[in-house]
Design a protein around this ligand. Structure first.
Ligand SMILES: [Zn+2]
Length: 538
């Protein structure tokens, strides 16, 4: 049954079932070059390239060189090339290194393709292999990146982050994630100010060298915590450890729950596929809430993702989050956006507003479930016959912005700032608003009128602002009303202050889009009336 596993991360090429080798099985380690999908070249005119080599302990390799070409899509020609000598022997399970190419002409606003030829040979053989971008057969992955001449445009004291990232501690039959230290380095070049490492609970309970064996001392979890804590100290960067916990919803089906910064590991292996048809949830969502300490951040993961895969539903007993799960466990945070996909985002928004209209004060969050990818997703297809790539789940694409009262966001002040709930979801265009001077995420006193101040910022990269809608929610109604609407022309910035009459609205929230399909949804500002149905609104 293991052949039918679901497939999300960097594909693992070496898993095979008895003598049935999948078509893509090769006696080489996986060698993958990656580049962020956008790079801020305003401070440093360079391109970081991440080279990852996996399973070289089984298939040792010498990497000879990288031959890098940067092709401008605008001019349709190579604008820079460089041959980077490596000449290094790799024989460890996982190595990830960042190489940087530096050139002044990169520092302009443009989209480029990076072609990386990787030359390698086995230590005992002369034959040289040359791959472009990776050696995953059948995949012709193109590395496209936007070189941005300015940092992400946003208001001061707002910080963009990634809420759902899988590192190499996710490692099993079909998938593996990316490096953590390297992710910090790339995140900085992408203007991503913080991120959560959220590896699967069913991978974090394994022994270090066998993903089919568990170790009750949880050595992988202990290692992850240590690695992340050291990085926080050394880099002064808000990166946090967590687990994507598999636990049981109200129908006793496995759903995922992000538990961030909880010192003790909570086991969850209902959908691990490590044992045939033993797919009962380990703990319920309620148990998980009790087991997590008070300071841990608890976020329902990809809560409304449609589960179209019958394999996942049947064999892994996977389900989805329901209203009852939110209600019974007084859940406040839901990661509703899990990829840059219009259909998915529209569905997530619909399900979220249904809950808001019922009176739940849900703070919505965006993430990418990025499994080590910074440019495009490369994955195995069921049942193990092909690989494919797409660009909807890459690190830092669907961002969660948080506002702080500080100039800098640090590992020490992060959670207290996060819990103020001044949170916005966006892939690049930035929007925020206040009501009577109060921020997103707050609950304000009811007055005869509300002074509403809207501010929106975009850039050449994310396009001109073409739609601004302030929605008003009335509890018990089926849909939200449009309170304000603007369709500006040819602008990258918009600022407006306007008075709104009290019509007994229960909440307001802002939606913005651009002509390059960038989106921004703020969380609501609530008007004080009803009792709260979720934990963080007392
Ligand atoms: Zn995930």
């Amino acid at each position: 049954m293991i052949e039918f596993l679901p497939i999300l991360l960097y594909p693992e090429l070496h898993y095979h079932w008895g003598l049935l080798y999948p078509l893509y099985f090769r006696k080489l380690p996986e060698i993958i070059a990656d580049v962020p999908y956008r790079i801020d070249v305003s401070g440093e005119s360079s391109i970081p390239i991440m080279l990852t080599i996996k399973d070289a302990h089984k298939y040792p390799i010498i990497i000879d060189f990288l031959d890098i070409h940067v092709i401008s899509q605008l001019e349709n020609k190579c604008i820079y090339k460089e041959k980077v000598p490596i000449e290094k022997f790799f024989d460890t399970k996982f190595t990830s290194k960042i190489f940087t190419i530096q050139h002044d002409s990169l520092g302009i606003e443009q989209k480029v393709e990076i072609k990386i030829s990787i030359a390698a040979h086995k230590s005992n053989k002369k034959k040289q292999f040359i791959f472009q971008n990776d050696n995953l057969p059948g995949l012709h992955t193109r590395l496209l990146t936007y070189l941005s001449a300015s940092p992400l445009r946003k208001k001061e004291n707002w910080f963009a982050g990634e809420a759902h990232y899988h590192s190499y501690y996710t490692d099993d039959q079909v998938e593996f994630g990316g490096d953590i230290k390297g992710a910090v380095e790339l995140a900085r070049r992408m203007n991503i100010d913080w991120f959560f490492v959220t590896d699967h609970s069913y991978d974090l309970d394994d022994t270090e060298d066998n993903y089919l064996k568990n170790d009750p001392a949880f050595p992988k979890w202990e290692k992850l915590k240590k690695e992340v804590s050291l990085l926080q100290q050394k880099e002064k960067y808000p990166v946090f450890y967590g687990e994507e916990l598999s636990c049981g919803n109200s129908e006793k089906k496995n759903v995922h729950f992000l538990i961030i910064n909880n010192e003790n590991f909570i086991p969850g292996y209902g959908d691990s596929a490590e044992k045939w048809f033993r797919n009962k949830p380990t703990h319920s969502i309620g148990d998980a809430c009790t087991l997590a300490n008070k300071n841990a951040l608890k976020i329902g993961a990809h809560t409304f993702e449609k589960n179209n895969n019958p394999v996942n539903t049947l064999l892994l007993n996977r389900g989805t989050w329901h209203e009852q799960d939110v209600k019974e466990n007084r859940i406040t945070y839901l990661q509703i956006i899990n990829k840059k996909d219009q259909k998915h985002i529209a569905h997530a928004k619909k399900k979220w507003t249904e809950l808001l209209l019922k009176g739940y004060k849900i703070i919505a969050i965006a993430g990418n479930d990025a499994h080590g990818y910074f440019n495009c997703k490369r994955e195995v297809h069921i049942p193990f016959v092909s690989l494919s790539s797409s660009r909807d789940q890459v690190f830092g694409q669907c961002k969660t912005y948080i506002k702080t009262d500080r100039k800098v966001l640090t590992p020490d002040n992060f959670f207290s700032e996060f819990r103020k709930n001044r949170i916005v979801m966006s892939d690049g265009i930035f929007g925020s608003f206040t009501l009577n001077g109060q921020d997103i995420g707050s609950t304000i006193e009811e007055k005869d009128s509300f002074n509403c101040a809207i501010e929106i910022l975009s850039s050449q990269e994310f396009g001109m602002i073409n739609s601004i809608v302030l929605r008003a929610g009335y509890y018990g109604k089926q849909t939200e009303d449009t309170e304000l609407q603007y369709e500006p022309k040819d602008v990258f910035a918009f600022c407006k202050t306007i008075s709104i009459g009290n019509k007994r609205q229960d909440y307001f929230r802002l939606e913005v889009t651009s002509d390059k399909n960038s989106f921004c949804f703020t969380n609501p500002i609530w008007i004080k009336k009803n009792e709260s149905l979720t934990e963080n609104f007392k």
